[in-house]
Design a protein around this ligand. Sequence first.
Ligand code: ATP
Length: 639
Amino acid sequence: MNQPQIGTYNVGTQLTVGSHQVEIVKYLTSGGFAQVYSALISPPDPHSHSNIACLKRVIVPDKPSLNTLRAEVDAMRLLRNNRYVVSYIDSHAAKAMLHNGSYEVFVLMEYCERGGLIDFMNTRLQNRLHEFEILQIMSQVTQGVAAMHALQPPLIHRDIKIENVLISANNEYKLCDFGSVCGVIRPPRNPQELSYVQQDIFKNTTAQYRSPEMVDIFRGLPIDEKSDIWALGIFLYKLCYYTTPFEKGGEPAILSGHFEFPPYPDYSEQLRDLIRDILVQNPCQRPNVYQLLKRISIMQNVPCPISDIQVPQAPDSHLNLTELHQLSATQNIRSLNSHSTIERPIPNAAFQSSMPDAATQTLFSRKKSQTSDNTTLNYSAENPQTSLDKSESVSHVLDPLLFESGMSNTSKSLNRAKVSSTTKLKQVIDSEAHNFRHNYTMNLPLRNIIPQDDDSSSSSDELYPEDVDKLEKTQSLGSYISRDNKKGESVKESLTSSSLPGSSLTATPTKLDLKLETLPNSTFVNTVDNSKNSFRNFSKSNPLAYDDVSVSRQDLKNSIRQRMLDKLNSSEESFNARKMPKAKASEKESTGKPIALKPGISTSKDKKAKPIPPPKPLHLRPKPPPKPLFLAGQKLSEK
Ligand SMILES: Nc1ncnc2c1ncn2[C@@H]1O[C@H](COP(=O)(O)OP(=O)(O)OP(=O)(O)O)[C@@H](O)[C@H]1O
């Protein structure tokens, strides 16, 4: 979006935000789209009892962008009680006075006095983080993520990264920036959906934190909680080594899964193992958020905070494998099938929706039930609503035939696997559930990721009173992805080469800087824009027409293959450009001529670009005219 330029508020400026009186204390910074202030509020925040808050002021140019923010606020509101999520206080939107058609949005939230995690890391460039500090940060951030995954249906953050963690006055690490949040995205089923998902991922995620299933949508895997887990793995690696594991290798490295650990700092093998276990290609084999927390807690030698999340537990007598799977399959279908309005997630701590995982947890807990804490064992006995949710979801969402077939497949797999341990069983269930998400076919468009501006019903004026509108109404999660303001650029933090894996780490690392970096894949922008246009036309004419598109399997395969090749080629081009020696780079700057890529690497651009002729031998080059005297070593004054 074209961000209108606005001046900053003076200290002492008085405003009303929702039901709060606000007085500006200090201008803090400007984010990609927002001005950020510290402010005094009245009444104080009932959650923290503090009268100091953070005010985010954003000018949005149109209603779709307003929807994006509205959805961000809704996500914050759902998560407001979690200690490790930046807490929402109030919000307010109004039509902007100065900019026609635009809106001014104010969001009041908990003030994180100690700034960003990145700032803290910058204070520790010489003396890197100790393992216990890393585990503490990781545990708290993972708890924030767990709160999202525990919603029903789950929310996927999609932009977990160092930059999106702030530190509160009492030194707690808190997840922020919920502008990319979405529900589970099932695998696309036709080229239009595919383009759309691809575009959505590029707009809402940060390149280095993307999971393999995000980079290669053509694997046909859902984007779900496990994509956040991958990002947590990258996050953990960066806490340790101040760089990301695929910083140098980029997308091909993400897809091959190959990364190395720098020799310094020397963390325990346990910690490195944890990173290895998270960064596995197959999402089913990655731990879920609870398993991750357990591992971290064991390493910290503290009780697992998982009891805070209250994973649902079933009494022994009520649980058998069939039920277990029924529960998991249903939950997955619910996630997929849901139109994913943000209204739907239920912040019901007693019923988390990553059911394969929850179900497994249940099973684990059965084994341990004699010794377990009672608070985690009250599934249907103390929470009848939970049981209701369960039966309701079974009856109203599923096509019984599909469900039956899913069931029988699962039973077969389970029998085949002859699971003898809970770990094995967990893997089978997890992978079955994942396959279920993968294979289940629905006659629904990807509503959960279609932007609101394509949906005329949601942009009716009655949602937007003329002057002031409190951000309380819920929106489709699809609006999260309409952040077209990023336009192929992402603000990304990265260390300079001095701290890249494999490079010498004895040199003083340079500061972690915020720098504006164009996405590596330059041709992607075109691809995306094109696909976006075609998608929009398509959806405008008939938003429900996806399933009528007649595309043969082979066509789809070919189209996928071609896109993949284009994408890889263009990625390769940008990776080569990255590796371009400095000398060549400066040569480019000075001559202004493009630099030829390595021979043998064909890129989509190559096809269009004219071949660059080899340089002429010296003796054939035209001789430069003789220098005028005053440039030939003789001063004018000496003449
Ligand atoms: N609650 C808060 N307490 C203290 N500082 C904050 C808070 N929220 C944001 N900030 C500061 O403001 C900066 C920008 O905020 P934020 O990332 O939310 O804005 P943005 O416009 O969404 O930026 P971007 O999209 O580029 O990440 C943060 O990096 C952080 O330094």
